[in-house]
Design a protein. Structure first.
Length: 255
């Protein structure tokens, strides 16, 4: 059966006549996806604490600073690299129990937060925007953005460069992630935006710009060409893996 739609009546435009639309031809409509925001991460909440880990349960016995949140990347003596907080298991940001991503045994030690994972990014997302507001580090490392799949965050295979533009240009490069050049100064605060775009065949490209301390321009660019599955996570961390975030905030949106 074929139904007629009188577009002239619908749109009050006498210049448009009748449109014939076959029911069989109408299969689905894909609406443009709006940007969806993930959590706003405040550097002042990046915790330091005393804890032990047994299996995937982390028991926090004392807090030094900040608060514990799902998505935080943990480091400490004996802690497996890449361990993140995945759930509250009694703790609610302070002392108590939490679930971590990797099973291990760690005696009581000081642990700090050296990054954050945005997870559960849907497979249809092809554009990811990361916004930084006056973000700085505790020491002289540069920042890294890493992407990942359900198998984990990827730390190799990038081709990335970031320029710090003054009277002379300083360029930092990395194959371990999309790098943001802070010019080796802990006091430098970065404000800007980095956009990750999917261009097909497993290829993601990064581009961005911002400023250090509101004065000097920083540019970011790079590519990752061998992602074998759908991107579902993005990690914000540092080149050193030990520097902590001590000022500012960041968030992520996708579409």
């Amino acid at each position: 059966m074929t139904r007629s739609r009188d577009l002239a009546n619908l749109l009050s435009d006498g210049g448009i006549g009748t449109a014939e639309i076959s029911d069989a031809a109408i299969t689905s409509v894909k609406l443009a996806q709006p940007y969806t925001s993930k959590a706003n991460v405040n550097a002042s909440n990046m915790a330091s604490f005393t804890a032990s880990i047994s299996g995937t349960t982390m028991t926090v016995s004392a807090m030094g600073s900040g608060s514990i949140e799902v998505g935080q990347l943990i480091t400490g003596t004996g802690v497996t690299a890449g361990t993140t907080v995945t759930a509250f298991s009694g703790g609610t940001g302070g002392t108590g129990n939490y679930t971590v991503s990797t099973s291990q045994t760690v005696s009581s030690t000081t642990m700090t937060i050296v990054g954050y994972d945005f997870t559960a990014i849907p497979s249809w997302a092809t554009r990811i925007v990361i916004n930084f507001n006056a973000l700085s580090l505790s020491s002289t490392s540069n920042m890294l953005i890493r992407i990942g799949t359900s198998s984990g965050v990827i730390s190799t295979g990038y081709s990335s460069a970031s320029s710090y533009l003054t009277a002379t240009t300083s360029v930092a490069t990395s194959t371990a992630g999309f790098i943001i050049n802070l010019n080796g100064t802990a006091a430098n605060t970065f404000s800007g935006t980095v956009v990750l775009n999917y261009v097909g065949s497993g290829v993601w490209v990064a581009s961005g710009t911002g400023s250090l301390a509101g004065t000097f321009t920083v540019t970011v660019g790079g590519t990752y060409a061998t992602l074998g599955a759908s991107l579902d996570r993005v990690r914000i961390t540092t080149v050193s893996g030990t520097d902590t975030f001590d000022n500012g905030s960041f968030n992520l949106t996708y579409a």
